[in-house]
Write a protein that binds this ligand. Structure first.
Ligand code: HEM
Length: 156
C-alpha cells in the first residue's frame, strides 16, 4: 500500500514535469530580472524588432552595405546573422537567450574592418533604437555592452 502511494506520487511528479516541458512555450516561464536591460528594452519581441530595423539600416548604409552583400543575397545566411544578433543582444542584456555564433574575433577575422565602418554600424544601431524610441539610458546601456567588442572587430 505504502509502495503504491509512493509510486502514485512519483508518477504524478513525472507527469507534471513533462507538462512543464511541453513543446509549445505557453507553460515555460523564465526567471527574468524585471530591472535587467533585457526587460527594460521590452523583451525578446522588442529586441527582434530593433534588430530587423538595424539590419535594414545597415542594408541602406552606403559606407558598409557592400560588406553584407553576400549575406543579404542569401536568405538563410541572413536569417542566421539575424538570429545570432538577436541572441547576442538578448544574452548580453541579461535575457534568457544563448548566443551560439562565433566569437567576435573569429567572426570578423581577416575582414580588416576600419574604425569608420565600425562607427557606421554603431550609427545604424543607434538609428534603429531611435526609430523605436528607446530611451537614452537603455541605448547607452546597450552600447556599453557592444562597444568593448570593437577591439576584436576593428583592424583584424
Ligand atoms: C559591435 C559591433 C558588431 C557586432 C556586435 C557584430 C556582430 C556580429 C555577429 C553576431 C556575427 C555573426 C557571427 C556568426 O555567424 O557566428 C557577425 C558577422 C559578420 N559581421 Fe559583424 N558585428 C559588429 C561589427 C561589424 C562591422 C563594423 C562590420 C563591417 C562593416 C561587420 C561585418 C560582419 C560580416 C560581413 C559578418 C558575416 C556575416 C555572414 O556570416 O554572412 N560586423 N557580426
Amino acid at each position: 500500500m505504502k509502495k503504491l502511494k509512493l509510486f502514485s506520487i512519483l508518477s504524478l511528479a513525472l507527469a507534471l514535469s513533462f507538462t512543464a516541458c511541453k513543446d509549445d512555450d505557453t507553460e515555460i516561464s523564465y526567471e527574468v530580472d524585471p530591472n535587467s536591460l533585457y526587460s527594460r528594452l521590452g523583451g525578446f519581441e522588442a529586441i527582434s524588432a530593433v534588430t530587423d530595423q538595424f539590419l535594414a539600416n545597415v542594408a541602406g548604409d552606403a559606407v558598409i552595405n557592400a560588406r553584407f552583400a553576400a549575406t543579404v543575397a542569401d536568405p538563410f545566411r541572413l536569417e542566421v546573422l539575424r538570429n545570432n544578433l538577436i541572441d547576442q543582444i538578448c544574452e548580453g542584456a541579461g535575457g534568457p537567450c544563448k548566443y551560439k555564433g562565433e566569437t567576435m574575433a573569429e567572426a570578423h577575422e581577416g575582414m580588416d574592418i576600419t574604425q569608420d565602418e565600425f562607427n557606421a554600424l554603431v550609427g545604424d544601431l543607434v538609428a534603429a533604437l531611435d526609430q523605436f524610441n528607446v530611451p537614452e539610458q537603455e541605448k547607452n546601456d546597450l552600447l556599453a555592452i557592444l562597444g568593448p567588442m570593437q577591439t576584436d572587430i576593428v583592424g583584424k
